[in-house]
Design a protein around this ligand. Sequence first.
Ligand code: FAD
Length: 415
Amino acid sequence: SHDTDCDVAIIGAGPAGAAAAARLSHLGWRVHVIERSHFPRFAIGESLLPQSMAYLEAAGLLEAVQRAGYQPKNGAAFTRRSRTTAIDFRDKSTPGWGTTYQVPRADFDQRLIHAAGALGATLEFGTTVTAFDAHAMHPTLQLEDEQGMARRLNARYVLDASGYGRVLARLEGLERDPRAEPRMAIFSHVEDGIEDADYDREKILIGVHPEDAGIWYWLIPFADGRASVGVVGDIETLTAHGDCPEARWQTLIDREPRFRQLLHQARRVREVNEIRGYAASVTQLHGPGYALLGNAGEFLDPVFSSGVTIALHSAHLAAPLVDRQLRGESIDWHADFEAPLRAGVDTFRAFVEAWYAGTLQTIVFHEAPPPRFKRWISGVLAGYAWDHDNPFVTASRRRLAALAEVCAQRDEVRS
Ligand code: FAD
């Protein structure tokens, strides 16, 4: 027999790792989470989608989130050249949660992982996974602590939830070209000081640069009077806006009239950060004795705030399969994990591509899209990208192109 230190080793204590750890601990398995940093730690990705609430609930983590007093969120507002529209997630085709939260991730991630700890998971911070021996029955991780001490951790299954660390993608040679334009994000937190009565704090605000539709902004308000403010665009264009991150961030915000007006009293409370080329892709999401969760596998683009929802969905799919495999069942990881996970990711991908192609902007800025269509779009933007009753899920590209054409024709008639 083979000595194991735990049943399931999880790399990374972000939302994907925490959700998998909570679910598998609850099922009685010995779960060991290895996290490189010390929590609370900053992370970007602060706007959740309603669909994620169901996954938090299934993982036994919803109560911890509801107790935190986060800013409620019920939709997304869009602004471009003084025109503002909104999508209300409560008015959507798919049944289920229509509201969620905007969360400072340092606090959110800390609450989730400690709730997983309370369910029985062993948490180890300040330890980095440095190597991996794949094996269908007893995979092994090599760990290194902050004193440089190395040791091995023997598990029966490994879940990689290391996010941008992309531990197993690198170690197992799974990385592939994400085929996305290399974009960058520049962002910070502010005391927003917003007093405008027309501003809806319960929605994320997405702005579009008045002259360059490839540049967009986010304003994500928190419950404590602070907000996350960021801008995304292609690397060359954004870096041409100033000599340092602070200058670029401020100059770009001042270019968008609604953001400039809302944030005229804002005071920055964090340094300005930049992330470049965050899109990532892998050839496969599983292998002998392991699976990849959340950003450790694929990451598309931040425009529709789908990252944490996909991360939680991946944990939601994987945890029951790990449970069955450890009980001796043979699992088809491709059919039951990779294929269904990728199907929803592809729905988001179609929406992201339509955003940058301009067709989705035509739809969201259209005065009155037909209500039935609006509810289908709302369903996907609320995170229900796996709902096969929604034609914008099953035939995303064709449906988006057709609807954009109708909206564009009506816009023309009107002007
Ligand atoms: P993470 O949250 O990244 O957690 C991974 C953890 O693994 C980290 O704590 C890290 O320290 C640890 N780790 C890494 N390497 C190792 C190692 N070798 N050993 C041990 N531990 C390790 N998503 C949304 O849902 N809403 C948004 O509004 C949104 N906005 C975004 C804006 C931008 C600009 C970007 C780039 C992304 C945005 N996202 C958003 C996506 C979101 O950031 C991620 O999808 C989400 O954080 C993924 O969670 P995760 O659990 O997979 O990984």
